[in-house]
Unconditional design. Structure first.
Length: 194
């Protein structure tokens, strides 16, 4: 993936992509120190060149210079490469959601490019509402789900919601993993020896 720009907005975009496991190349003549310090980034300290976009599957332009961003946009569109121009929805073929992560639990919020600031605010509200231990709870859910599959039972059952509503996540957060596991197995009607 290509990010064009080296400022703080580009830094945020690169951090989000990197957290998702993307291999990111940054093209910019100047970059902020935090971006330069990222070891996971292929940094090319130069101006964007016509044709750069064609070598990537996804492009983000975050230069803040309309003329440059438009050039990158036209180049990407001509090459058939999806492009997002930071804070310019009319120059985007896709939008990026605001994402919060707790282990493998991800919550994404999008305003379809109308207000990234509002998407970030809503994301932060939802992040605060995520229960403590939700990532650990997911690990336990995945374990019990594998037990269901091994027992030849469907993993599509309403028992999951019943267990979650009965305090499963809080039990995990409190360190009561055995009790939480028993609650899941009971609500899923899974008869497996502990």
């Amino acid at each position: 993936m290509l990010v064009v720009g080296g400022g703080h907005i580009a830094l945020r975009k690169v951090e989000g992509l990197s957290q998702s496991g993307a291999k990111v190349t940054v093209v910019a003549p100047r970059v902020v120190d935090e971006l330069a310090a990222l070891e996971s980034v292929n940094l090319r300290r130069r101006r964007y060149r016509f044709g750069d976009a064609a070598a990537y599957r996804l492009v983000i332009a975050a230069t803040g210079v309309r003329k440059v961003d438009e050039k990158v946009y036209r180049d990407a569109v001509d090459a058939g490469v999806p492009i997002n121009v930071a804070d310019v929805p009319e120059l985007c073929t896709f939008t990026l959601p605001a994402v919060t992560r707790r282990g493998d639990v991800q919550v994404a919020v999008s305003t379809n490019g109308r207000s990234p600031a509002m998407a970030s605010w809503i994301r932060d509200q939802l992040a605060e509402a995520l229960p403590a231990g939700v990532a650990d709870a997911l690990d336990l859910v995945a374990e019990v789900r594998a037990e269901l599959k091994a027992a030849g039972q469907s993993t599509e059952t309403i028992g999951w919601r019943e267990a979650f509503d009965a305090g499963f996540v809080q039990l995990v957060a409190d360190g009561e993993h055995d009790t939480a596991r028993s609650l899941l197995r009971d609500r899923l009607r899974l008869d497996v020896a502990s």
